[in-house]
Design a protein around this ligand. Structure first.
Ligand code: CTP
Length: 399
């Protein structure tokens, strides 16, 4: 069977000398039975013609944002929803800048920014433009927003210079597309569960014990599992984050509720316990508000350890059970102890005393400790990229 049968791919061609190579890419997609629609920017028309694209793609080419004929047939939002995947080839420095800054001034940028699908950007530009700090800053933003950047390569350029900025060859771009759909098909049979955020342990109807967890890392993990094709469940304490679309989302407050929902949603293939579960709860919950005069001593009792409960359960244990270790000191030692005491396959340790990578930060820096005594450090990057790194390792493990 052709690897891309029934796959809908929206190609966006921007104005650069490599635009002609997008035709070869379209040819490869068609050969593999993909359904194609194309958007061509005004400047791309200086390099390729709508007629040549239609002849090769056998699909419609869209040009203007305010074209009544197009909007009546398929408006710009429907066009972005139609696609299973969007590939911007070539992506110019101008397009990267627009997407990084949220500028929508033509059909291409409007459709891409309105999209809720995976988007591949294939940059091509002069080496100085590529290396310019403003372009590099845009790229970092785009990676954090979840765009996949393919290339560029190092080589001779059309302008006569040599360096980084040369567009990746169409046959290579095709392989990325093919692998993306292959991976989705393979992971579609896999289930992932993520716990995230803090728990609240009520002392009385108005007071509770909690912690500083923002839930960000767990939400990013759930998004990444979803994007890579896993059937994903996120069990979260109360956070300021929006529920993740396209997954099963369950909100809880207490550790007992988190345990109950976790058990209700097993078995899964992989579970990542990133929640900061409060270690203690009130020994005797008071139904009435505790009066000031009665507050001198609060009696606490230990909460259930959710990950240990699950990982030591004979029939419910996920194939891959992954814990986090939030530490402020002796990180390696404490993480290794948790790996063995909690019977995990991996422990992902992070230093929560460092504000730049701590609970409420956009960034994280982690070290993964594996059951076979090896470990691996992942450098500081956004929590969404850390999530991708972790999920890629999970996929590798299953393969
Ligand atoms: N965890 C859990 N249930 C608990 C406490 C922790 O499932 N009651 C999980 C966390 O989700 C995390 C791992 O255990 O995956 C380690 O959590 P952490 O807060 O770092 O450690 P604790 O076990 O609470 O130990 P300590 O507070 O002494 O560091």
């Amino acid at each position: 069977m052709s690897s891309l049968k029934d796959k809908k791919i929206l190609i966006v061609i921007c104005g650069g000398i490599s635009a002609y190579k997008s035709l070869e890419f379209i040819r490869a997609l068609r050969k593999n039975k993909a359904e194609i629609k194309t958007i061509i920017t005004k400047s791309a028309k200086e390099f390729v013609t709508p007629l040549s694209i239609t002849s090769l793609s056998q699909g419609k080419v869209y040009e203007d944002l305010f074209n009544p004929e197009n909007e009546a047939e398929m408006d710009h939002i429907s066009l972005s929803r139609w696609a299973d995947l969007i590939v911007v080839v070539p992506a110019t420095a101008n397009t990267l800048s627009k997407l990084s800054n949220g500028t929508c001034d033509d059909l291409a940028s409007t459709v891409i920014l309105a999209s809720n699908k995976k988007i591949f950007l294939v940059p091509a530009m002069n080496v100085r433009m590529w290396e310019h700090p403003s372009n590099q800053k845009n790229l970092n933003n785009l990676k954090e927003y979840g765009y996949k950047i393919i290339g560029p390569e190092i080589g001779d350029m059309a302008c006569g210079e040599y360096g980084s900025g040369k567009m990746t060859e169409p046959s290579e771009i095709f392989k990325y597309v093919e692998n993306y759909f292959k991976q989705l098909r393979r992971n579609n049979n896999l289930k992932a569960l993520v716990t995230a955020g803090p728990t609240r342990e009520y002392l009385d109807p108005v007071r509770y014990i909690t912690n500083k967890s923002s839930g960000k890392q767990g939400y990013e993990l759930a998004k990444s599992f979803r994007d890579k094709g896993f059937d994903t469940t996120l069990i979260s304490g109360k956070t300021n984050l929006k529920p993740v679309e396209g997954i099963k989302y369950i909100e809880i407050e207490t550790a007992d509720e988190m345990l109950k929902e976790t058990l209700n949603n097993l078995p899964v293939d992989v579970a990542v316990f990133s929640a900061a579960v409060a270690d203690y709860k009130a020994k005797n919950y008071s139904k009435e508000k505790i009066k000031k005069s009665d507050q001198e001593n609060i009696n606490l009792t230990k909460n259930v350890d959710i990950i240990s409960y699950v990982s030591k359960h004979n029939s419910l244990r996920p194939k891959l059970t992954i814990g986090f270790a939030a530490e402020t000191e002796n990180i390696d030692e404490n993480a290794k102890k948790k790996l063995s005491e909690k019977n995990c396959d991996w422990i992902i340790a992070n230093d929560v005393s460092n504000e730049e990578i701590g609970f409420d930060s956009k960034y994280n820096q982690v070290k993964i400790f594996y059951k076979n005594n090896s470990d691996e450090s992942i450098e500081k990057m956004s929590k969404s990229l850390i999530a991708e790194e972790i999920v890629d390792r999970v996929i590798k493990n299953f393969n």
